[in-house]
Design a protein around this ligand. Sequence first.
Ligand code: HEC
Length: 369
Amino acid sequence: MRTSMAGILAILILAPFFGCQKQRGPATGGAPIRTPPAPAPAVPAAVPAAPAAAPATTAPANAPGEEAVSSAPGTPPAKKLDVKFLPNAYQLHEKVISGGLPEGEPAFEELAKLGVKTVISVDGAKPDVTAAKKFGLRYVHLPHGYDGVPENRVQELAKAVRELPGPVYIHCHHGKHRSPAAATVACVAAGLVDPSQAVGILRVAGTSPNYEGLYDSARSARKLEAKLLDELKAEFPEAAKIPPLAEAMVGLEHTHDHLKKIEAAGWRPLAEHPDLKPSHEALLLREHFTEMARTEAVMAEPDRFRTMLTESLAAAKELEDLLGKEGFGDDPAHAQEATAILARVSANCKSCHTEYRDVPLGKKSGVAQ
Ligand code: HEC
C-alpha cells in the first residue's frame, strides 16, 4: 500500500525530503472573519532539517529525475485505502495520506498500523491529542477555511510534510474537501506530487466543485524552493487557537449531525445514543446560534448575515418547543413538522456558507491571502 503511488525510483529520489521540524500560522478562515496571520515565533527544529533536495523550480519544468513524482498516464492521482475507521482515506504519495477525522482509539490504532507518525488536522475541531499520543502519534493543528489554503499555510503544510516524520495523515472532518486540498497543496509545494496532478486528486477524493477556493488553491500550487522551506519559521502546535465563530460552528455541526440522526430515526431517541434527548439537542442547537450571535465577528457582519442567523435561532427555538411538547409523536404530523423546521435550519447553514464562508480567498475584498 505504501509503495503504491510513485514507485521505488521516486522513493529513492525523494528520500532526502524526509526529515523533521516546526511552526504555525493563520486561524481558520471564513470571509471577513479570518484573522490575518501573525508572524510565528521561531522554534528549533525537532530533528535536523532535511538536506535540500533537487534544485527548486517554480515551473513544472523539472530537474532530471523529478518527473518521477508524476504518475504514469492513466494512473489515478490518488489511491483509495482499504481501511475501516478512516473515512475517505487516499494515499497521495508514499509519505502523505488524506482522509477524514480519526474518531476514537480504533482509528488511531489503524493509523499507527499504517505506519503513520504525524497527524495533521486542518479543520477547526480540537484534535484528540490524548488518543493520538497513546498510539505514539504526534498531532499538528494547521487549520484553514473552505475559502482556500492561504499562501503562508501552504508553506507551513509543505514544510510539515517535508520535515516531520512520515507517513503523515492530513485530515478534516469528512476527508472530502479541506483535507484533500491541504494534502494536495502540501505535496505539490514540497515537490512530492506534480502540479498537473493537483486538481485530479481533489476530484478523485470527491471535493465539491462548489468549493472554488479549494480548487483554486490546488490549481495554483507550485513546488516551492527548498531554501524557502528550510528557512521558514514554523511552529507546529498540537491545538491551534480557533476564531470564536469557527469554534461555535464546530459545536453547531456536532449538534446538527445528532439532530439529523434523530430525524432519520423518526424523531425518537437513538438506540446507539439513548443519552441524546431530542429536545435537548434542539436546545443545544439554539444555544450554539445564540453563542455565535454574540461573537464580535458576527456583530461586524452585514445585516443579511445576521438575519440568517436570527432566522436559524428562531427555527431552533421552534424545534426545541415542538420536540419538548407533551405528547410529541402521538400524531405523525409532528414528525413532519419537525423535519420541515430542521430543513429550514439546514438550508440556512448552506446559504450562509455559500454567500460568506465559501467565497474563494482570491474573490474576497480586503482579505490578504
Ligand atoms: C449566518 C451564517 C452562518 C450560518 C447560519 C451557519 N454558518 Fe457555519 N460558518 C459560517 C462562517 C462565516 C464560517 C467560517 C468561520 C471561520 O472560519 O472563521 C462557518 C464555518 C463552519 C464550519 C467550519 C468550522 C471549521 O472547522 O473551521 C462548519 C463545520 C459549519 N460552519 C457548520 C455549520 C452548520 C452545521 C450550520 C447550520 C446548523 C451552520 N454552520 C450555520 C457562517 C454560518
